[in-house]
Design a protein around this ligand. Sequence first.
Ligand SMILES: O=C(COP(=O)(O)O)[C@@H](O)[C@H](O)[C@H](O)COP(=O)(O)O
Length: 282
Amino acid sequence: METYNNIGIQRRLRRFFRRDGRALIFAMDHGFEHGPTDFEETWEHIDPNLILKKVIKAGIDGVMTLPGIARIAGKQFYGKDVGLMIKLTSKTELRPKEDHFLQSPLGFVEDVIKLGADAVAATVYWGSPYEDIMMKQFAEIASIAHDYGYPVVQFSYPRGPYINERYGKKEDYRVVMYGARAAAEMGADMIKTYWTGSKETFKKVVEAASGVPVLLSGGAKTDNPVDFLKLVWDVMEAGGSGAVVGRNIFQRKDPEPMIRAILRVIHRNEDPEEAAKAEGLV
Ligand SMILES: O=C(COP(=O)(O)O)[C@@H](O)[C@H](O)[C@H](O)COP(=O)(O)O
């Protein structure tokens, strides 16, 4: 079965990546992971059907979301050339502070398959006191998904008290690189992780992943769209394979020009200022 599984994994991965091996994926798990207040300033985007219609129309390559959103708004994908990735672990901001370092299961690989998705995702907080639990969760998900020929994406997020004590911050490149390497060594097919602050250091993260595509985890909305485009530019220059972006898209009243500008940077190597100008963002 190994060969058939591999064909499935490779075919499904290609639903996210264009021929250039790069992808822009829209992230929509914030209602769960951060809470609905993330949508407050652009409240209409709390409606998954509305925001997904907009992002798909703008030409996004893929969408990452949770099983319930895929049920509510799955019809937006009908007949569209867009990869669908479903994440099977999360946490709410409501749980006690000491448990914020843990992501818990919220669905099963079979749900992802039944929903017609193309990839499964799960988070590991490397360095967390609960690292062991999340490693087991990821291993189980990966083992089942790979058996069915589904790629598995790891949100590789270093996070935990010892990291802060030893390195000062979770975005230290040595820590992000460590998480990316651990994700690759566990068998992830794609890695989503933090920006390390410079092209040079992010390049090391990409190299440590040894060919497993590394995508930027977007982060908070920047006031100036060009600042975010410059960040994406640096990720691509460092050898990154794209970005998984939530707030910098849905927290803008008019997300389409921003999506098209990011796509210009990712797929056409367009200068961030030029891309922003071309889409009327500046
Ligand atoms: O991974 C997440 C949360 O990470 P966080 O705990 O905020 O560092 C997700 O909710 C998002 O999918 C991810 O942050 C990407 O969305 P943006 O950061 O671009 O909004």
